[in-house]
Design a protein around this ligand. Structure first.
Ligand code: PEP
Ligand code: MG
Length: 886
């Protein structure tokens, strides 16, 4: 039986083989096909699987690999018409890493391999350029020593410095042949000193060691750290590309450069890039010499420039995406060394998409697919100027995008007061609670030391479009002393601080901000997204302002109004407390009667803002203690009142005893959601009455959808639905005509019995925040700053399940509920209103789960529109999982 193929010639590969050949190997192979063999230096790729086998076998090359490398090398020598180590006109090769995803600068590369004491003479003769030959040899010894044997770079750099000092010259390029010969000898001495071995003269031995070094660099510290930050699995391994060297350092008609098919920052159609005459590739990127703009290449070598421009166009239309390339000119002859899809900021991504369609390069569908939807946020919020220099004092979870600067305040009240005086403030707290919401409005930004993407602070900040960094656990916040200690320094109330919720950075410096840029290209992309997508996009909004903002950004209705936020306003809270404090139902009804007109006003505002569109209103969900003062603070207050015998002692004691009575060990699993509605139906009755009256007060009938939270048992929904219908009837409005009734699906049991629940529901809305919390048993307010980072480091998970839906676990529950719910009721409307509704990866999943819409915070609406369109493009023609035969 033939053994495994570990080595592929470039002529055998293609861009579809990136898992096996790595990104670079697959693209070089593809480019060889597209541009022809004389534009791309020949070579071969050792597969990622060989690297994986090598790691598994404790750093032993897999069987057959050495022989395959040998015969690939033989073919390469034949094709090039040159041999490694030859003393006439030797072949030299580069040995480069190339993982499936690019990991810039993380893995190792060796250039000029094949040089030794003999072949250096051959190169000198063949090129009639002795200086070039010795310059290449000393570079090779240096790189090989550093990469293959771990000799510190400074050892070589110091020797270069000395050589220049001895000869009184400034630049490396001023060192003459004699100097370079001496330097090569010095380098070989350094090699001997560090390894106790002579520099290897046998090219095959050099190649073997270099391949091992690239494999080993995959497990190097830098690379491991990079993969952890970028969610790249260790198990992929890297490929190794061995390629015939061409030389950019052969004199004035040679050079090296990088070129983008379009401007990589703005996306404008002119190619951009840098080049250096008489230089090898690493000189361009290392910053040792200042490179020149690609446009100037026209004056230097007009023909090569013209060819390069033509090639960029060819590659772009072949790959159907913006390209990022590396090239070398050797004595006037242009060679392309690599190409890949260009990573680019959001503004360049939308500009490219629009231009590519108008140029006829891409269809709308293809153009939409080239955009990284998650990054579009940057177009809607100001951010720290990416070119600015500043010290980051702490980094947290990027919870709500945008940058903000202001004075530190520690309480919501201080934020409100400061805003009243026209001061910009950042509200800093260990974590936030319902009570703090007024402070969110007043502050420019929110910073917490605890919590994650689904924490209260993150949710509310995103909902309001306030920048927020949460879970910045390097900050020790002392609310009593009103100080923040961080890495040995102390910040006080009033000190200036800046946060960037797009990157999670916190700084005390006055970083310049760059403004949001919603432009015509973005508008165009969104318009196309709307034509393509199947999923509807709604918003989570609790105020008319948020609703209006979301509508402006394209929301097609409200998917979740969290009514509890309405009871936090200053005029509401005392009334809410009075209701909770009431001794009996009659007392509660009295207090609720005071809230009714206010609540009606709230709904009228929402209906007005969302005229003609559906508005999903969720009845009260959080545990009641969230509306009462904090138990610890209150106990202290009572203690003080007792000592001072103040007049409000009795009232405070009553408040304390009530707060104690309703406090729970696990309030998130306690008396909340529809359980409140079952225990205190009068609360839900008031809310429903307010909805009905608001509806009647509108000129144009609205589309209210009344939603019951946290349903476990179908009986709960049955009882709640009866309550809604009874109140509706009393107001003269009818279920199915004037409004609908549905439920959140946010508990595992509800997913399992979704068919039974569907019996009583016109719609389901998946509450994936609570569903993630309850399915995984992960407290949503704690885990992201506690163990999720460790879980990511240990590769148990690659991102927070509160950010991207856990597809096999929580996602399965969603699929199941969608499927059996629709089986029971084919026209059941299905939506999702957890935070995942604004996450592109999760949106693709919801598209396939057969949902009708996603709902997300206002500023994520454009992202969701584009992501929904991408899902439709990717899965065009696929039948969704909830599909049931009629
Ligand atoms: C949810 O649980 O996903 C949800 C939307 O509700 P909340 O975040 O208010 O609990
Ligand atoms: Mg919930």
């Amino acid at each position: 039986m033939a053994g495994e193929q570990w080595v592929y010639d470039f002529s055998e590969g293609s861009k579809d083989m990136r898992e096996l050949l790595g990104g670079k190997g697959a693209n070089v192979a593809e480019m060889t096909r597209v541009l022809g063999a004389d534009r791309v230096p020949a070579g071969f790729t050792i597969t990622t699987e060989a690297c994986v086998a090598y790691m598994r076998a404790d750093k032993r090359e897999p069987e057959g690999m050495a022989e395959q490398v040998e015969s690939a090398l033989e073919r390469l020598q034949e094709q090039a018409g040159k041999r490694l180590g030859d003393d006439e006109d030797p072949l030299l090769v580069s040995v480069r890493s190339g993982a499936r995803e690019s990991m810039p600068g993380m893995l190792d590369t060796v250039l000029n391999l094949g040089l030794n004491d003999t072949s250096v003479q051959g190169i000198a003769r063949a090129t009639e350029n002795e200086r070039f030959a010795w310059d290449s040899y000393r570079r090779f010894v240096q790189m090989f020593g550093n990469v293959s044997r771990g000799i510190p770079g400074e050892a070589f750099e110091d020797a270069i410095k000395n050589a220049k000092g001895d000869r009184n010259v400034k630049d490396d390029t001023e060192l003459d042949v004699e100097a370079l010969k001496e330097l090569t000898d010095t380098f070989k001495g350094i090699y001997r000193e560090h390894t106790s071995e002579d520099f290897p003269q046998e090219p095959e031995e050099q190649l073997r060691l270099a391949i091992r070094a690239v494999f080993d660099s995959w497990m190097g510290k830098r690379a491991v750290e990079y993969r952890r930050l970028n969610h790249i699995p260790d198990s992929w391994g890297t490929a190794v590309n061995v390629q015939q060297m061409v030389f950019g350092n052969k004199g004035d008609t040679s050079g090296s450069g990088v070129a983008f098919s379009r401007d990589e920052v703005t996306g404008a159609p002119e190619p951009s890039g840098d080049f250096l005459p008489n230089a090898q590739g690493e000189d361009v990127v290392s910053g040792v010499r200042t490179p020149r703009d690609i446009a100037e290449m026209k004056d230097w070598l007009p023909e090569a420039h013209e060819q390069l421009m033509e090639i960029l166009r060819t590659l772009e239309s072949h790959y159907k995406d913006m390209q990022d390339t590396e090239f070398t000119v050797e004595e006037g002859q242009l060679y392309m060394l690599q190409t890949r899809n260009a990573k680019r900021p959001a503004q360049a991504a939308v500009r490219f998409a629009v231009d590519a369609v108008s140029e006829g390069l891409l269809t709308k569908e293809e153009a939409i697919a080239t955009i990284d939807a998650g990054r579009l946020d940057a177009l809607l919020h100001p951010t720290f100027d990416p070119t600015a220099d500043y010290d980051v004092i702490a980094k947290g979870v990027s919870a709500s995008p945008g940058a903000a600067k202001g004075e530190v305040v520690f309480t919501a009240q201080d934020a409100v007061d400061a805003a009243g005086e026209g001061r910009d403030v950042i509200l800093v707290r260990p974590f936030t609670e319902a009570d703090d919401v007024a402070g969110f409005h007043a502050a420019k930004g929110i910073l917490t030391s605890e919590g994650g993407k689904a924490s209260h602070a993150a949710l509310v900040a995103r909902g309001m479009g306030r920048p927020a960094v949460v879970g910045a656990d390097a900050l020790a916040i002392d609310l009593k002393a009103r100080t923040i200690s961080v890495n040995g320094t102390e910040l006080h109330e009033g000190d200036r601080i800046a946060i960037d919720g797009t990157t999670g950075q916190v700084t005390t410096e006055d970083v310049p901000l760059v403004e949001a840029q919603v432009n015509e290209h973005f508008e165009q992309v969104l318009e196309w997204a709307d034509e393509i997508r199947r999923l509807g996009v709604r918003t989570n909004a609790d105020t008319p302002d948020d609703a209006a903002k979301a509508r402006e950004l394209g929301a097609e209705g409200i998917g979740l109004c969290r009514t509890e936020h309405m009871f936090m306003a200053e005029d509401r809270q005392p009334k809410m407390r009075a209701m909770i404090m009431a001794a009996d139902e009659e007392g509660r009804r009295e207090a609720l009667a005071d809230l009714l007109p206010l609540q009606q006003e709230d709904f009228e505002g929402l209906f007005e803002a969302m005229k003609g569109l559906p508005v999903t209103i969720r009845l009260l969900d959080p545990p009641l203690h969230e509306f009462l003062p904090n138990l610890v603070d209150l106990s202290a207050q009572v203690e003080r009142a007792r000592i001072e015998c103040t007049d409000d002692l009795e009232q405070l004691e009553r408040l304390l005893s009530r707060t104690e009575a309703i406090s729970e060990e696990n309030p998130m699993l306690g008396t909340r959601g529809c359980r409140l509605g079952i225990l205190f139906p009068e609360i839900y009755e008031m809310q429903v009455q307010a909805i009905m009256r608001a509806a009647k007060a509108m000129d144009e009938p609205p589309h209210p959808e009344i939603m019951i939270p946290l349903v476990d048992y179908e009986q709960e929904l049955e009882i709640m639905r009866d309550l809604v219908v009874r109140v509706g009837d009393g107001e003269g409005l009818h279920e199915g005509e004037d409004y609908t009734v549905g439920t959140m699906i946010e508990l595992p049991r509800a997913c399992f019995v979704a068919d039974r629940i569907a019996e009583f529901a016109d719609f389901f809305s998946f509450g994936t925040n609570d569903l993630t919390q309850t399915a995984l048993g992960f407290s949503r307010d704690d885990v992201e700053s506690k163990f999720v980072p460790t879980y990511m480091r240990r590769r148990i998970i690659d991102r927070s399940p509160f950010e991207t839906i856990d597809k096999p676990g929580v996602g399965w529950l969603v699929r199941l509920a969608a499927w059996v719910g629709r089986e029971r009721k084919p026209d059941l409307k299905l939506g999702i209103c957890g935070e995942h509704g604004g996450d592109p990866d999760s949106i693709e999943f919801f598209h396939m789960a057969g949902l009708d819409y996603v709902s997300c915070s206002p500023f994520r609406v454009p992202i969701a529109r584009v992501a929904a369109a991408q899902a439709a493009v990717i899965h065009a023609g696929d039948r969704d999982w909830a599909y049931t035969q009629a």
